[in-house]
Ligand binder design. Structure first.
Ligand code: 2HG
Ligand code: ZN
Length: 472
């Protein structure tokens, strides 16, 4: 007979976890119940903070017995409300933040083994200390944790060269919805032994189990890095510039990002210390990197940019002269989300299209947007080298934010129609979360969604792992 008595369950969890492992005071639990964008305010009776996989296993078994749902959470930086509970006050949050040990870094194998609660930034630093590079970089890396980064298959700024989080995973440890621990922390480059379970959990957004540790693939740490910010006359020119760098030396490109004048203006307005070198309607940020010390990336960069300036594909350019200047230029790009949040209400569209179709996407979206809501401000930015644009819309100046946000599905559907026509995806890197399951039937319906649902029922027959996320 299931026991849905939450106070009794919490008393049981208290015994398993001890006082440090459980938060129940409303003041302490509130930050875990609200998503970063504040789209879906939730409530939870408790936040579970296990110290290791064994504790977590016991917790999952107790919750299963009591038929109480769990919402796994890393750094709580989801853009699609994928890691927060609903407002029923009946789902428990599972925070992995106490499991934060980097267990080893191996510079010969080029791997690192670490626990889910390590922040991405701390993981990058541990890799760097060992002469290696963890080539995954996202705007929220100071807060985002490895478990969440993997569970959502994060993409970010270096995907153009190294792929998404998925491409870095060699092994995983997962606590399954049954409470069993699967130890798949293998660090093999080749391991062809049946279904690739680890890839099933990567991108499952906590709906199939809880990632507790991982083995990640590293790269050698770069010794030469060059970064340029360019003003370009159009999105098409940004694409042409990308093509030129690609033809020159694709192996050197570690990032190729696009920004608009609108987004840069928000950064200038809202982010203290942001210095925009020149005003433009469109920008490209290009990073080249290599572990070689004799690659003369600076010459390469200058050569391509000089030709592009001559052909008026680039209007102006600045090259970072130091690590500090590199940091300052990257900040202009990475603070876009924060600046947009401070400007007011916005509707985000994390979409991807074939790289060659990005300019058409932007042109068509601008026209359709003005038809739908005159005065709505398009703020496109993102990972142009991957065809992944954050095609975000800010409320018209002075508009009522609540009324604007009430139109979110209209805006997302307007963008979706264009993206579908361009053979793109409605979620490139942020995932589906709680915001977008309604889109799954029309985008992934039929055999694909049925297979996903079959996998979900096989692993989580009671539907207690992150319910309401991903699947409709
Ligand atoms: C980024 O690339 C993040 O900065 C956030 O993916 C994008 O705010 C967004 O839409
Ligand atoms: Zn992004």
């Amino acid at each position: 007979m299931p026991d849905t008595n939450i106070p009794a369950l919490i008393a049981q969890l208290h015994t398993i976890l001890g006082p440090r492992g459980l938060l129940t005071d409303a003041h302490d639990t509130a930050p875990f119940a609200e998503d970063w964008r504040k789209l879906f305010p939730g409530r939870t009776p408790a936040v579970i903070r296990p110290e290791n996989a064994e504790e977590l296993s016991a917790v999952v078994k107790a919750c299963m017995q009591a038929r109480v749902a769990l919402v796994p959470q890393g750094g709580n930086t989801s853009m699609v409300a994928g890691a927060t509970p609903d407002d029923s006050n009946s789902q428990l949050v599972l925070s992995l933040s106490r499991m934060n040990v980097v267990r080893s870094v191996d510079p010969i194998d080029l791997t690192m083994t670490l626990e889910a609660g390590v922040t991405l930034k701390a993981a990058q630093m541990a890799a760097s200390d060992a002469g290696c590079l963890l080539p995954l970089s996202i705007s929220s890396e100071g807060t985002a944790q490895i478990g969440g980064v993997l569970a959502t298959n994060a993409g970010g700024n270096n995907t153009v060269r190294y792929g998404n989080a998925r491409d870095m995973v060699l092994g995983l440890e997962v606590v399954l919805p049954s409470g069993e621990i699967w130890n798949g922390l293998r660090r093999l480059r080749k391991d062809n032994t049946g279904y690739c379970l680890r890839q099933l959990f990567v991108g499952s957004e906590g709906t199939l189990g809880v990632i507790t540790a991982a083995v990640l693939k590293l790269a050698p740490r770069p010794n030469e890095i060059e970064l340029a910010l360019c003003a370009v006359p159009s999105a098409q020119a940004a694409l042409d510039l990308f093509t030129r760098f690609n033809r020159h030396d694709p192996a050197a490109i570690s990032a190729f990002e696009y920004m608009s004048g609108a987004g840069m203006a928000f950064v200038a307005k809202h982010i203290p210390g942001a210095m925009i070198p020149f005003e433009a309607a469109h920008y490209a940020l290009i990073e080249l990197a290599t572990p070689r010390r004799d690659a003369r990336l600076r010459e390469s960069l200058e050569g391509v940019l000089e030709a592009a300036l001559e052909d008026e594909i680039v209007l102006d350019a600045v090259i970072a002269e130091s690590e500090a200047q590199r940091g300052a230029l990257w900040k202009l790009r990475e603070e876009h989300a924060e600046a947009q949040k401070r400007e007011g209400a916005s509707v985000k569209n994390d979409v991807s299209v074939p790289v060659s179709r990005v300019p058409e996407l932007l042109a068509r979206a601008e026209i359709a947007a003005q038809k739908l809501i005159p005065g709505m401000r398009m703020v496109p930015f993102g990972h142009m080298g991957d065809g992944n644009i954050h095609l975000n819309f800010e409320q018209p100046e002075g508009a009522n934010p609540v009324e604007f946000l009430a139109r979110d599905h209209d805006i997302m559907d307007m963008v979706g129609e264009i993206v579908r026509d361009l053979d793109g995806s409605f979620s490139a890197e942020h995932g589906v979360g709680r915001l977008k399951p309604y889109m799954m039937p029309s985008w992934r319906g039929g055999a694909e969604l049925a297979a996903m649902q079959a996998i979900k029922s096989a692993l989580d027959p009671l539907g207690l792992m992150n319910p309401g996320k991903v699947l409709p």
